[in-house]
Design a protein around this ligand. Structure first.
Ligand code: ADP
Ligand code: MG
Length: 382
């Protein structure tokens, strides 16, 4: 199927071509016409399968300005995401395609960790807002914007957004939205409660689940693990980076402390690395991700903070220095590689105390991972 088969404007088609999108991905084929028909959607498809363009393109294509007096600080389209970086990334995708509309669409992203004043001033006339929940509520409370005219609500990483961690903020936000609206929920993983919540939340939704359950969700990603004692993880990590000549690798740890620790040791050993976690300033976070995407640093070391949604082109390696607690987070972490049609490797360093937990992750996610014993590797000098 080709994008020309949708009722898109010539301008939008040109922008899609410029992005190098040749064929329509399966999730896009299903959701784009349904979103254009103003239906509610629950879209589940694996990491890196093009869910973002799946909602951005039809939203741009359907977009019509509100009558001028209604506009002012009324957002028409609200996209909610769990992290600041994802808010920026999704608003970038809207910007890529916005000139595919005849209307002049104003798109902004808002998130915490930076001063609120410039964001307040920038809300005038905004049509599409991509936001993290906390900052959105702060802006509503200071009357910088109103949600009473929202026509479309998008929840990206929907299972996370409907998780307990966001429940209080989400309830507040939902109470501020008009009941008559289009709802679009997207995720790579389903939580137990999303099915039941979405029944209340969505009206006559189109439910699309691609590559679920027994189908192989991670076929682009070669997964394997190393049995390794805790105290040898550092040298094994450096061995792997050097031996496999990894030019770009995303490393996940279980805490901010470990993130800093692993980063320092990499740098001491001549591997350029930056730590990325929630205690860094937002500017430092933005800079670190930029440097990593542009290939200025070799390794980005992080927590689960970067596990969801972040799209890094040509990222061939993900390493779990430590395992995530939740099996779903394992899927999201490794899904930072092997995106779109590319391939990647996801390597987990598993200590004896983590082994039982690793088995739980694999069983729950229906995965099989080759394990290598690191005892036979000579780590001297690493
Ligand atoms: P998901 O949200 O499903 O994890 P993304 O929306 O972030 O995935 O898309 C992953 C990558 O695929 C992005 O770099 C995006 O530009 C690219 N992409 C999306 N749709 C297409 C397409 N039809 N053809 C080629 N690349 C695409
Ligand atoms: Mg996504």
């Amino acid at each position: 199927m080709h994008f020309k088969d949708f009722k898109f404007s010539q301008n939008l088609l040109k922008l899609i071509e410029k992005e190098g999108y040749k064929s329509v991905y399966p999730i896009q084929e299903k959701v784009i016409p349904a979103i254009m028909d103003k239906r509610d959607i629950l879209g589940i498809a694996k990491t890196g399968s093009g869910k973002t363009a799946g909602f951005v393109l039809p939203i741009i294509s359907n977009f019509r300005k509100q009558n001028p007096e209604a506009k002012d600080r009324n957002i028409q389209i609200l996209v909610l995401v769990p992290t600041r970086e994802l808010a920026i990334q999704i608003s970038d995708v809207f910007h890529l395609f916005k000139n595919g509309s005849r209307e002049e669409i104003i798109i902004k992203s808002v998130y915490g960790g930076v001063s609120i004043n410039p964001q307040m001033k920038a809300m005038h006339g905004v049509d599409i807002l991509v936001a993290t929940p906390g900052r959105l509520l702060d802006l509503v409370q200071s009357n910088a914007l109103s949600l009473s005219k929202v026509k479309i609500l998008v929840l990206d990483e929907a299972d996370k957004m409907l998780n307990l961690g966001f429940a209080e903020e989400m309830n507040k936000i939902l109470s501020l939205l008009p009941t008559n609206r289009q709802n679009l929920l997207f995720s790579a993983t389903l939580s137990k409660n999303i099915d039941s919540i979405s029944k209340i939340f969505l009206s006559d939704p189109l439910v699309i689940k691609i590559n679920e359950e027994n189908e192989d969700n991670t076929q682009n990603i070669k997964q394997y693990g190393y049995f390794v004692n805790e105290e040898k993880k550092g040298s094994l990590l450096r061995y792997l980076i050097k031996e496999k000549n990894m030019q770009r690798v995303l490393i996940f740890t279980s805490s901010i402390y470990q993130t800093n620790n692993v980063t320092n040791k990499l740098n001491k050993n001549g591997i350029q690395a930056i730590a990325f976690h929630s205690k860094k300033s937002q500017n430092a976070r933005i800079n670190a991700l930029k440097k990593f995407k542009e290939g200025e640093i070799q390794a980005l070391v992080t927590t689960n903070l970067l596990s969801r949604g972040i799209d890094i082109e040509k990222l061939p390696y993900v390493i779990n220095y430590e395992l995530p607690r939740s099996p779903k987070d394992y899927i999201h972490r490794i899904g930072r590689t092997g995106r779109a049609e590319s391939t990647g490797e996801a390597i987990s360093l598993v200590s004896p105390s983590e082994l039982a937990h690793f088995k739980v992750i694999l069983k729950k996610m229906n995965l099989w991972v080759d394990m290598i014993d690191s005892d036979s590797i000579n780590l001297k000098g690493y």
